[in-house]
Write a protein that binds this ligand. Structure first.
Ligand code: F6P
Ligand code: MG
Length: 470
């Protein structure tokens, strides 16, 4: 159930798949090796675990060799999960391709799934996340933005409460919704420059809206109004259960802004429940696992411990982090209260599904995972975060960039019953829904090889596309 259009591959010199196979993957694999090695060196007291860890390092190193020497992708070992058979039969259908001449999307998913089996088939390393260190240290380094947003979130919630019985005009509500979504969008680029105003008063000021407008020029398509209309309509109809789903992308700062958005939707009455969809195995380096959600809550619950205890690197460099102000601690505690209350009351929940770590595109979702599909249909809005989810929605095919989004997402489009909103900063080749000539203009501006869509590789540009399931 995939479109009949060629996929992007690692053999195409004009695709970002080319440097991905030759440069990015070896680096990612090396990072994994380094991390496991670091943990191995710390388990002197458990020689069985240490031996097994060394064997895992050897296996990952062998995989790196295979990638770099363009060897065939070999069948994934069965670790008891049914997705292995799906991966392997697809590999066979493709005729056992080699690393540097293979559909990019499939191969990158395969890479993470295969690495996972080294751990899942072990005795002492099951569930080990070789990217956890990276995720938490990146989150720690986004401290200024985290603190600033925590303060603004508390102000916002206090204002929402103060305004509860007052009539707030819909335009203001819409602007606020758009601003929150745009913060959530740029959290995907881990671009912190969009942390503009969040208060009712401020967004009405010219300056506030101007600041947002400035970042808006990099959003090539912005369907947020259509998404807002869906939520406000359901609210006006007084529907009792109004759910928003977020198919998560990265842990750390992005998850933090996803939770800020979730809290805002619940507080503003635009949703009565938010369901978050994490990954089940370490995925594309920084994607959210349920354990990352727990780690984030822990950090926010004990901000002093999190920010003031020196990290491994800080200890090595003999530096001490700056202590937090009391007000900053209060603001983070407020967030923790909010999130844990929502979580306890079932208004904010995680719902993992192994479908999200399969290799296929979301064109397969209705047929391959009917239960999940039915579940998503009961949601008012399903927000897909990030680049990879967008590539999976559009099956990572070489669409003409003016193809309507609703067409490029196939069975997830109109008639599916699922309202889809993609919040994506562009980090790969595929893009749809552009105006005629827009891609050509951006290619000219990017300079260099006009046959490659390099402008879309860096996360500088974004697309926010909506498809009504009606
Ligand atoms: O373009 C590089 C890349 O790692 C892609 O392989 C992948 O689609 C994407 O970035 C991951 O980004 P995100 O976390 O936004 O999905
Ligand atoms: Mg990601």
């Amino acid at each position: 159930y995939e479109p009949k259009i060629a996929p992007y591959t690692t053999a195409d010199k004009n695709s970002f798949g080319w440097p991905t196979g030759r440069e990015r993957w070896p680096i990612i694999i090396t990072q994994a090796i380094d991390d496991v090695f670091r943990t191995v060196s710390k388990c002197d007291d458990d020689s069985e675990k240490q031996q097994e860890g060394k064997a895992i390092v050897a296996e990952i190193s062998k995989l790196k060799y295979e990638v770099q020497h363009d060897r065939q992708l070999t069948p994934i070992r069965d670790d008891g999960h049914p997705d292995v058979a799906v991966y392997n039969s697809e590999l066979e259908v493709m005729g056992n391709p080699t690393w540097l001449n293979v559909p990019w999307l499939y191969a990158e998913c395969y890479l993470f799934r295969r690495i996972n089996t080294y751990f899942s088939l072990s005795t002492h390393w099951k569930g080990y996340d070789m990217f956890a260190r990276q995720k938490i240290s990146t989150f720690r380094s986004s401290r200024p933005a985290v603190l600033e947003l925590a303060g603004r979130y508390r102000d916002l919630v206090q204002q929402l409460h103060a305004n509860k019985d007052r009539h707030v005009d819909e335009e203001t509500e819409k602007s606020l919704f758009m601003e929150m979504c745009e913060i959530c969008l740029w959290g995907n680029a881990t671009d912190l420059s969009l942390l503009t105003n969040l208060t009712y008063e401020d967004i009405q000021k010219l300056q506030g809206s101007e600041a947002r407008k400035a970042s808006e020029k990099n959003i090539l398509i912005n369907d947020l109004e259509a998404a807002f209309d869906v939520l406000i309509k359901a609210k006006k109809e007084n529907k009792k259960e109004r759910r928003v789903d977020i198919v998560l992308d990265n842990a750390g700062f992005e998850l933090y802004v996803d939770l800020i958005l979730s809290g805002y939707l619940l507080q503003a009455g635009l949703a009565t429940r938010v369901v978050l969809h994490p990954k089940s195995i370490p995925w594309f380096v920084s994607d959210v696992l349920p354990s990352d959600f727990a780690a984030l809550l822990n950090a926010v619950a004990q901000p002093r411990k999190f920010y003031e205890t020196p990290s491994e690197d800080e200890t090595a460099q003999d530096t001490t982090p700056k202590p937090l102000e009391d007000q900053e601690v209060d603001e983070l505690s407020f967030l923790f209260q909010e999130w844990s209350t929502f979580h306890m009351e079932g208004q904010l929940m995680m719902r993992p599904n192994r479908f999200w770590t399969q290799a296929g595109s979301f064109w397969r979702l209705p047929k391959l995972e009917p239960e999940l599909f039915e579940d998503l249909k009961t949601s008012e809005l399903v927000i897909f975060k990030g680049d990879l989810n967008y590539r999976k929605l559009t099956a990572d095919r070489q669409w003409d960039p003016t193809t309507p989004f609703v067409e490029a997402i196939g069975p997830m489009g109109p008639g599916s019953g699922v309202n889809v909103l993609a919040l994506r900063t562009c980090k790969a080749d595929v893009v749809v829904g552009l105006k005629p000539g827009q891609d050509e203009k951006l290619r000219q501006e990017q300079g260099g090889n006009p046959d490659a869509r390099k402008w879309a590789w860096s996360g500088k540009w974004a697309v926010v596309s909506f498809s009504s399931g009606a």
